[in-house]
Design a protein around this ligand. Structure first.
Ligand code: MCF
Ligand code: FE
Length: 420
């Protein structure tokens, strides 16, 4: 059992309550009590305690969407236009997945990506895996991982091979499954996954109750393709596959497939109108936004006011280095705070903090995202300025990295420094 305390304990509950000079008492991996630091120390006088001066304790942060395997990209992929970016992924994919690129090892680049996550106070990641190359580094890391095995493919002749390959990767990820590592499924997107492949994959996901993630309505090109089977994707299919298919789905038809899926994450949704947003909420789906990625590929931000009007909470992710220059969730929060310039500052800062804590675990069985008795002992500690009035914005504006990070009751940043 131990107690940690700080000037501010940010519960990340629905009311965004903050305890001044608060403390959290935990036993192995579970929170036992939350109170003022002094009362906890009086109540449990014989257990180790640590007070973090000029700090805030929050739940460990959650980065719900990244692609670790793309960690070697620096200046190789084309930013500024979604179509040109996707073309550049197809052309450079193999180069980026080389074991060694310009003297750097893929494994090392992925480990650095994990370190960036941890240093930014992240204890939980939703990692989309296209090849399984990231399985070992993620399983060996201190992170909690929701490991999304990606399914992608539109060519009918190879669907079976692709499906078998997915099943094999899923099996590999199950072999390292434990309380911290959860196998899951990613459907790449409606423009890249054949309906037959989708059907077969969903059968597996639903039977085994696996969480699902899908890139959805990210670009205008995707919307145009789903609505009219024309535009960029028509040329894309001609250029790369020598084929002339129609879209496998319209927007509604695609959503229909997910009606019975319990735990689903829709990533991007830049082109979703309020009707679609509402349907996603009815399905208890989550919407993940990646503002830096969206700036780089689509020059657009998710309309948070539209989400708010529909009463939809949002989650935040970094996406991969494939469409970002960093995997630091603190960087992402900062950019978002500046980018949504029409929202009141402290209000936005609180919403953003909730997007990487509480919102990430709403309607799930994972006892994470909020500091409360019975939840996991996963905390991030940040050194922050003393003024309480602007706590949320100060945390986002001035913090470059976490001061400490606890996952399952263990401090992991100290160990990280020892390992380096
Ligand atoms: O989220 C971004 C942009 N949208 C779609 N895909 C990806 C993103 N970052 C990486 N990707 C991957 C995706 O998982 O790029 C490939 C897929 O493997 C694109 S399709 C050849
Ligand atoms: Fe992505």
């Amino acid at each position: 059992m131990q107690i940690i305390g700080a000037d501010f304990v940010v519960l990340c509950d629905a009311e965004f309550r903050v305890l001044k000079r608060g403390g959290v008492c935990f036993e192995s991996d579970e929170i036992i009590a939350i109170d003022s630091y002094t009362s906890l120390c009086q109540q449990y006088p014989d257990i180790p305690s640590q007070y973090y001066e000029s700090c805030a304790i929050t739940p460990a942060l959650a980065n719900l969407h990244l692609h670790l395997e793309f960690s070697q990209n620096e200046g190789i992929l084309h930013f500024g236009d979604f179509g040109k970016w996707l073309d550049s992924v197809i052309v450079n994919r193999e180069t980026l997945m080389q074991e060694k690129l310009m003297g750097v090892n893929l494994k090392t680049a992925m480990q650095q990506g994990i370190t960036e996550c941890l240093r930014s106070g992240v204890g939980f990641v939703g990692a989309v895996s296209s090849y399984g190359y990231d399985l070992e580094v993620l399983a060996d890391s201190p992170l909690r991982v929701l490991y999304f095995n990606e399914v992608i493919g539109s060519k009918i002749e190879v669907l079976d091979i692709l499906f078998q390959n997915f099943l094999a990767r899923l099996q590999d990820s199950k072999s390292v499954q434990n309380e911290r590592f959860i196998p899951a499924v990613a459907i790449h997107s409606p423009y890249s996954v054949h309906s037959k492949l989708l059907e077969k994959t969903l059968q597996v996901a639903q039977k085994e109750n696996l969480p699902l993630s899908v890139h959805f309505l990210e670009s205008q090109a995707e919307k145009e393709w789903l609505e009219t089977s024309s535009g960029y994707f028509q040329k894309f299919y001609q250029k790369f596959f020598g084929s002339n298919p129609k879209s496998f789905y319209d927007v509604q038809g695609f959503l229909e497939f997910f009606k019975d899926t319990k735990n689903i994450y829709f990533v991007h949704c830049l082109e979703a109108d309020s009707q679609i947003l509402r349907e996603i909420t009815t399905m208890k789906g989550k919407i993940i936004t990646c503002p830096k990625s969206n700036r780089l590929l689509n020059s657009k931000l998710l309309n948070l006011n539209a989400l708010q009007e529909c009463g939809i909470p949002f989650c935040l992710g970094t996406d991969g280095k494939s469409s970002n220059n960093s995997l630091s969730l603190l960087d992402e929060l900062k950019i978002a705070l500046f980018a949504y310039s029409d929202m009141p500052l402290e209000y936005l800062a609180r919403e953003l903090l909730l997007s990487v804590t509480r919102n990430a675990f709403l309607n799930t069985d994972w006892k994470l995202g909020e500091l409360k008795v019975g939840n996991f002992a996963d905390f991030a500690v940040f050194k922050i300025p003393k003024t309480e009035e602007f706590l949320a914005q100060n945390l986002i504006l001035y913090v470059r990295e976490a001061f400490a990070l606890y996952i399952k009751g263990m401090e992991v940043l100290e160990n990280l420094q020892e390992r380096e």
